[in-house]
Design a protein. Sequence first.
Lengths: 240, 105
Amino acid sequence: MDVIWWVTAVVGAIAVNLIASELFAWGPRLSEWLMRCAVRRLAPEMQDRMREEWAGHLQTIPPGLWRIVAAAGFYLAARRINVALRGRRHPLDEVELAVFEIGIALARFEELNKIDRSGSVDRLAPEREAELNAKLDEMIGLMERMSAATERQEKAAWEYRTRCERDIERMRVELGLPDLEDLQAVAVALLARRKAGNPFFMEFDWRVDQCKRLEALANANAARQRALWKEPELTADGGA
Amino acid sequence: MIGRKEPRLTHASLKVLRAFLDSPSVKLSGADIHKQSGVFTGTLYPLLLRFDSAGWLTSEWENVDPKEVGRPRKRFYCLTPTGRAHASAALASVSSRLGEAVSWT
């Protein structure tokens, strides 16, 4: 028995050591990834600022567990910052809200089924029937709010996609590019320039003017996107 | 930007304000404040943005070229006179309440 215990302890120690080594090796990448996820969750106008600020913060922490913890904190911070931004809700939050409401509606529906199984509605006591009707109204209200949220989401997404397609075509024409692949090449160069001076990408500098024009168009597009998402929030009483 | 209303003073926000008052003439980055106050990053940055939008803090980018220094710029925060007054008042109020509590024990 003692032998089994010792073998388990040794294997466990080796496994823990291996996991710790892997975590240490992957720490920088994992923390970078977490930070990028956090930045993506932010409202568009906050993304550039927080990307640089948080990257600067991570640089001050030695690679390891604490860097990962700090990066995980950014993810939470992104959500809190979004909540604090008045009148703004991240599209993902809208979806989460809809999913949450679907959950509540389904739970209510289940509850209704349980009540109904106790006998037909005709044989219910008046107060029980009133309770049933109230729950039904509540459920219908929830479903209506949910479908309104989904509809708004779909409409906004459709409008945004249409505008993006129109903008892409306009950018292509304005930049005098024969086809979309050239536009993609310019976009890649633009992204590369944003990656703070990676020498490999500096050969794209001959396209600086094109990049600048594309950047201006992208900023205008982002401003429209922000305006698009500035919708009234759902409130607890069902109003929009 | 975040709504301009007085920030709620929680335990974490008091710790952040204390970090500023402890180094009144120094501009602090988020990482510095994190080290000094021990407030978790998930709480710290929303707080800094709230203080910033309430006019208690000002912030500015570090005056360096990221390419030259080989790292991203830091953003430095500094208490405004309004922020200093609020922070001092809030911390004094907490200290006096703590004093009362201790005197009752």
